[in-house]
Design a binder for this molecule. Structure first.
Ligand SMILES: [Zn+2]
Length: 261
């Protein structure tokens, strides 16, 4: 646990990872809360269904109310990133942004493209068992679809707190997008580049295994767009695993060296 991290409800871990950017890790999935100068909040990815309660605790711990949430951006539509999105939208009446190429997956969270059969991964990678069990107990098998999303456009600055720039990074899913917040010095990479692969349990910069990636070659090619954000001090905030605070270029090189798996 980092010195600035604190344990909150449900075993979730809350930490400030950049100026006004907070990471909530729950069941090996990260979601992020970005605050602007006016106290309005952006939530990036929404975890699994059981992240709902820790998210409420996190907002209170940060001195905010649920009504401060102004928008949700989903990096992609996999079930472990959209688990509380429909609840947030209906309770707080905020838009949920997502690239249109992922809209069908958001509506039907268990129908998504992947290169490899998933069943063998826990046998080949026993380290993944604890992670996958935590995800299941956090509701991975009962995620509700999010049928109506606001279309994200790439290479645009979104009119939401933090004003992130959208970076199209397809491969993990066909509509995957990362978010760049240059003034905070961070890239929220979703599952385009992670430091923990839930399907293998391995740590370090990498793309996610073919068990959950639509097109690994495309995912590896998309890493160039993340490397282009590197200023030498840019922190990578992934969908799974700890922040990567070395150079983004080094993270991309490590992921490329590891390749598809
Ligand atoms: Zn994920």
């Amino acid at each position: 646990m980092s010195p600035r991290a604190s344990r909150i409800a449900g075993g979730a871990l809350l930490s400030e990872v950049a100026d006004g950017v907070h990471r909530l890790e729950h069941a090996c999935v990260n979601l992020y809360v970005v605050a602007d100068d006016d106290g309005r909040l952006l939530i990036v990815d929404t975890g699994l269904p059981a992240a709902w309660e820790p998210l409420g605790h996190a907002l209170r711990a940060l001195g905010h109310r649920p009504s401060d949430v102004a928008a949700v951006v989903l990096t992609h539509a996999h079930f472990d990133h959209i688990g509380t999105a429909s609840r947030i939208r209906s309770r707080l009446a905020v838009p949920v942004w997502l690239h249109p190429a992922d809209a069908a997956v958001a509506a039907h969270p268990y129908c998504y493209s992947h290169e490899s059969a998933r069943a063998m991964y826990p046998l080949r990678y026993p380290a993944s068992l604890r992670i996958l069990a935590a995800m299941v107990s956090a509701g991975a098998l009962r995620v509700r679809g999010v049928p109506d999303t606001q279309p994200l456009g790439p290479e645009t600055e979104l009119p939401v707190p933090g004003r992130p720039r959208v970076i199209l990074t397809p491969g993990h899913t066909y509509g995957h997008c990362a978010l760049h917040l240059p003034d905070r010095g961070v890239v929220l990479s979703g599952d385009a580049l992670v430091t923990l692969d839930p399907y293998t349990g391995s740590r370090g910069a990498q793309i996610i295994a073919g068990a959950a990636t639509a097109d690994s070659a495309q995912a590896l090619a998309s890493l160039d767009r993340l490397a282009a954000c590197d200023t030498g001090t840019t922190v990578l905030l992934p969908g799974h695993g700890d922040p990567w605070s070395g150079s983004l270029t080094a993270a991309v090189e490590q992921a490329r060296a590891r390749g598809a798996h």
